[in-house]
Design a protein around this ligand. Structure first.
Ligand code: UDP
Length: 473
């Protein structure tokens, strides 16, 4: 229960582990480093991982409230983009958020929402609260969204999509068509359904899960009024990297024992985030590529789907040695000494922080990216959806901490020899050693930003101070 002796802030997370996890980390940091009472609202879901995450996150002065799940099935085209559905879920959850805050005896002085929750600012205004956005991705992605919201659809369609030219963003890295945001890809129309740029620029600040030294020129461009396109200057607060490091989730004993037995930095961890899936053909290539690389691996496997975000599927029959029928016949037997295949989900922070892990083949979700950096682990960038191609480009071209596959143009498949080559590059070759050094430098720079007196610490302290001195009526 919030009490009058502590400042109180409310945080609202949109559905998806990639949103919930960083919101939780922000909440914890406000409690532990800035002496806040924090209430986190999330949309109730039956996602087992979300429930276990929330259960494992008990902390004094941190309350977690589940808002009832909402049914949007009659309100949206079933084929609509995920972002459109997320905005709608958040909009429909507004009445329950409002009544929950309204019922609080000691109301929060600020509401912090992620990128999909800016509609909730209506409730914040009614209760006289400060309003902040927390962008759980990086500054470059935000700059692209602001920039694309300000230019003509026609221009994007003709120049970027049809012409496949780069988007030039003032003060920022330009965005090549190959890496463009999923929502800007469509040849017939731009799908930026309800980007709330106007609401964001009318907030009291935008917090970003990045740090000054990582994206200094982009952050500077965001602070420039020309890019935000408003006469109001919205403060930009890089407060990251906020990642899970508490190890509260339990790693399966067998997995831990297996990892403990491997030499230091000898295992490549393979995972496509909380919802990513591969096609059956791509999965076969990945299995052969891992096997041929002869490197140790831990692979979090989901049955194949042609939808890169395909979290729903039917479990297939296993064949003789227990290998599921969507992996090559006899894969388990042939890789029994080098690999571990884990279905669906692992506590990722526990894997990445294990000393035997030395590489991460990832879909480049921003949380996974930051978790890899914070554990000094080099990456193989294999983006699937949303802003992941942008992240991959940044990791490969700017930070030089990732290798990136060449995709076969005819089939859009990464072949087994390419996979074998990438794994060996980061795990065995000299290039991998150089990447390792660079990723460890970034880890140091991130830690410096987070430590007392560092840029991210100071940014969040500023937000905390503003919330502390704001007293809602
Ligand atoms: N995650 C995990 N175990 C898994 C898959 C994902 O703990 O098996 C966590 C991961 O550590 C990260 C989050 O889920 O914190 C995924 O967020 P990210 O931004 O990387 O990708 P998204 O799932 O949102 O695409």
């Amino acid at each position: 229960m919030p009490k009058e002796d502590k400042p109180h802030a409310a945080l609202l997370a949109s559905p998806g582990m990639g949103h919930l996890i960083p919101i939780m980390e922000l909440g914890k940091r406000m409690v532990t480093h800035h002496d806040f009472h924090v209430t986190i609202f999330f949309i109730a879901s039956d996602h087992a991982s979300a429930t276990s995450l929330l259960k494992s996150s008990t902390l004094e002065n941190l309350d977690i409230i589940a808002l009832p799940s909402v049914d949007i099935s009659g309100l949206v085209d079933p084929d609509a983009q995920l972002v459109a559905k997320l905005f709608l879920v958040m909009r429909e959850s507004l009445p329950s958020l409002r009544s929950s805050i309204g019922a609080m005896k000691f109301r929060p002085s600020a509401l912090i929402v992620d990128l999909f929750g800016a509609d909730a600012f209506e409730a914040a205004e009614e209760f006289g609260m400060l309003k902040y956005v927390f962008n759980t991705s990086n500054a470059w992605c935000l700059a692209v969204m602001f920039h694309s919201a300000r230019i003509d659809d026609k221009f994007i369609l003709e120049d970027h999509v049809k012409g496949q030219n780069s988007l030039e963003i003032p003060g920022c890295k330009s965005l090549s068509f190959r890496d463009t945001l999923e929502s800007l890809r469509n040849i017939n129309r731009i799908d930026r359904p309800e980007f709330r740029g106007d609401k964001m620029t009318n907030s009291h600040g935008i917090l970003i899960n990045t740090w000054e030294d990582l994206e200094s020129s982009t952050i500077e461009a965001l602070r420039d009024n020309n890019l935000l396109g408003t006469i109001l200057k919205v403060p930009i607060y890089p407060i990251g990297p906020l990642v899970r490091q508490d190890g509260n989730q339990v790693l399966d004993r067998q997995v831990k024992l297996w990892l403990d037995k491997q030499p230091i930095e000898s295992v490549v961890y393979v995972s496509f985030g909380s919802g990513g899936t591969l096609s059956a053909k791509q999965m076969t290539e990945l299995a052969w590529g891992l096997e041929q690389s002869q490197q140790k691996f831990v692979w979090v496997v989901r049955p194949p789907s042609n939808n890169a975000l395909g979290t729903y599927f039917t479990i297939s029959e296993d064949n003789v040695d227990g290998t599921p029928d969507y992996l090559p016949h006899g894969f388990f037997t042939r890789t029994k000494d080098i690999g571990l295949v884990i279905p669906m989900w692992v506590p990722q922070e526990q894997i990445l922080s294990h000393p035997s892990v030395g590489g991460f083949l990832t879909h480049c979700g921003w949380n996974s990216t930051l978790e890899s950096i914070m554990n000094g682990v080099p990456l193989i960038a294999w983006p699937l959806y949303a802003e992941q191609k942008m992240n991959a480009a940044m990791l490969n071209e700017d930070f030089e901490i990732a290798v990136r596959p060449t995709v076969s143009k005819t089939e859009e498949i990464v072949g087994r020899y390419e996979i074998e080559k990438m794994v060996r590059t980061i795990m065995v070759d000299k290039e991998g050693q150089a990447i390792k050094i660079r990723v460890k430098e970034l880890k140091n720079s991130a830690e410096k930003a987070l430590n007392k007196g560092g840029s991210s610490f100071n940014s969040l302290s500023q937000v905390a101070r503003d919330c502390m001195f704001h007293h809602p009526p």
